[in-house]
Design a protein around this ligand. Structure first.
Ligand code: FNR
Length: 363
């Protein structure tokens, strides 16, 4: 008998997750021209055996300028879609867990070097750099390029690109898409009054700042078949005075609920590394935001942030701080995190037959 909350089943949209463990999107900076490579086969093939309830593939750009770095995944044409299809097919060989992909545009945080090489932004005229775009022509406080302020016509094109990339994601076999409205990337830049100083219908009031992300949501919804779902990842706060905060996140989340959003994935920060005042980075430091949002919305809530101990994850679910717990770095460090959690908590994971004799614990 399974008495673990973490190892109980729950649905996101039409998909039943076998447990509450989610692998969040994590960029691998290993694509070539937006196309997945053998690294992605190895990395995601490995994680497909993790026993997690669901896996969300890393930020995948809607257009080349929407990549964080030149080695990010994309879903902007036939070639990028075909390359990623191979990864999806590979994961499906030995795993039936629901698969999502995070659809993203990096806005003014685009055009970086590879994360393990440097934190530098690459100038538009350098070999691997390009002109970034944003709601307003404001550089990050830490320096870097001044983004081009998007025109209304350019905004409409990006909305369409989100819909097209999402449609491609479903066409190549993903169950769900996650729209990236967190961490200071384009949608978050529209939401936050720190980065959005527009005076047209896309800036100013909260309603106006939510307009672009909600247009993206509506456009994506319109192309998704009925047997799929979409979720949205947000930063619940900028951790910057007079920035985006929990009360605005609640209003945004309610708008998402109205639009049939499948889940909300609650992260924090990332808008401006120079301005944000982070709290102490301790286990579950963002869970209070997930908990507050969970009280306000119907859709399931994913909590994330430095959760590495299975007992803490179990407690967070038992205390209804979140419906699902995302384990990121913990999963990279130990791709069998869920197996070990199951052993510790008396739960069960789906392990491949080939590995059934691998452990003293009966999975
Ligand atoms: C990330 N993170 C991240 N977030 C996101 O929304 N899209 C992404 O593509 C990435 N990429 C990424 C790469 C790597 C190497 C790391 C470590 C992180 C953030 C990630 O999804 C997660 O929110 C944080 O890592 C916090 O969770 P953990 O790692 O403390 O469990």
């Amino acid at each position: 008998m399974n008495s673990s909350n973490l190892f109980s089943e729950k649905n996101i949209g039409p998909f039943q997750l076998k447990n509450r463990i989610v692998i969040p999107p994590m960029c691998q900076y290993s694509a070539a021209n937006g196309q997945a490579t053998d690294w992605h086969l190895m990395h995601y093939g490995n994680l497909a055996l993790s026993g997690a309830g669901m896996l969300i593939v890393e930020a995948t750009a809607v257009c080349p300028e929407g990549r964080i770095s030149y080695a990010d995944l994309g879903l902007w044409d036939k070639n990028t879609a075909q390359a990623l299809r191979k990864v999806v097919d590979f994961m499906r060989l030995h795993s039936s867990m629901p698969l999502a992909v995070q659809i993203a545009h990096a806005g003014r945080k685009a055009s970086t070097d590879l994360s393990w090489k440097s934190d530098d932004y690459l100038p538009a005229d350098s070999a691997n750099g390009w002109q970034t775009v944003a709601p307003s022509a404001i550089a990050q406080s830490t320096g870097g390029t001044v983004p081009h302020e998007l025109t209304n016509a350019e905004i409409k094109i990006i909305v369409e690109q989100f819909a097209e990339a999402s449609a491609r994601a479903i066409a190549i076999g993903f169950d769900m898409v996650e729209l990236h409205a967190a961490h200071g990337y384009l949608m978050h830049e529209f939401l936050s009054p720190i980065t959005n100083k527009r005076t047209d219908e896309y800036g100013g009031s909260l309603e106006n700042r939510m307009r672009f992300p909600l247009e993206v949501v509506d456009a994506v919804r319109a192309v998704l078949p009925a047997n799929t779902a979409f979720g949205v990842r947000i930063s619940a706060t900028d951790w910057i005075d007079r920035g985006w905060d929990l009360s605005q996140s609640i209003v945004f989340a309610k708008e998402l609920d109205k639009r049939g959003c499948g889940y909300i994935h609650v992260s924090g920060g990332g808008l401006d590394g120079g301005l944000q005042k982070l709290p102490p980075l301790q286990s579950g430091y963002q869970l209070s935001f997930a908990e507050a949002l969970k009280k306000e919305v119907v859709m399931p809530v994913i909590g994330v942030g430095l959760i590495t101990d299975p007992f803490e994850a179990e407690k967070a679910i038992a205390e209804e701080k979140a419906d699902f717990i995302a384990v990121g770095r913990g999963m990279l460090y130990d791709p069998r995190w869920a197996w070990h959690a199951a052993a510790a908590l008396g739960g069960q994971v789906v392990a491949p037959a080939q590995y059934l004799r691998s452990s003293p614990h009966p999975y």
